[in-house]
Design a protein around this ligand. Structure first.
Ligand SMILES: Nc1nc2c(ncn2[C@@H]2O[C@H](COP(=O)(O)OP(=O)(O)OP(=O)(O)O)[C@@H](O)[C@H]2O)c(=O)[nH]1
Ligand SMILES: [Mg+2]
Length: 131
């Protein structure tokens, strides 16, 4: 996703730790799976303008607990991914994100370049977004 937003070639690279790429801070998905790591996510987001919560639209479940978004006390955007796949269920993905307290949600595919311009546009206006 970060590669696609920056117009780079999309190549698979597992996020092993909290990393930086341009204006982006990336965190391993595992940090969401264990509540002990929530504090690491909070600290990592401290100087960010926007937090993006990613929801894979092919998944039957979600790692986000109710109102997870409120923890950050800043603008949060919900990013539904992999809408290019046949088994994609964007409605369900949006439901998970809304339950997590996300109000603004975009449907995307990094592979097919869907929703990426909209996401880039949202992020470039991020200073004007309300919490
Ligand atoms: N079909 C499809 N597959 C995608 C898309 N974006 C990513 N993938 C694939 O999904 C898998 C996981 O993608 P990542 O972007 O690494 O996911 P992540 O959430 O960063 O995962 P971690 O780094 O492990 O936390 C990889 O095999 C990607 O190639 C997409 O838009 N469409
Ligand atoms: Mg990653």
């Amino acid at each position: 996703m970060i590669q696609a937003i920056q117009g780079k070639d999309v190549v698979y690279k597992k996020t092993q730790a909290v990393t930086y790429d341009g204006y982006f801070v990336d965190s391993p998905g595992e940090y969401l799976e264990n509540r002990r790591y929530y504090s690491a996510l909070l600290v990592s987001s401290f100087r960010c303008d926007v937090v993006g919560l990613i929801q894979d639209s092919t998944k039957k479940n979600s790692v986000y607990p109710p109102k997870f978004a409120d923890m950050f006390n800043k603008a949060v955007v919900g990013i539904v991914t992999k809408v290019d796949l046949e088994n994609s269920d964007p409605e369900k993905a949006e439901e998970f994100l809304r339950r997590a307290g996300v109000k603004h949600i975009l449907r995307t595919s990094s592979f097919e370049n869907l929703g990426i311009d909209q996401l880039r546009g949202y992020l470039s206006e991020s200073e004007r977004h309300e919490v």
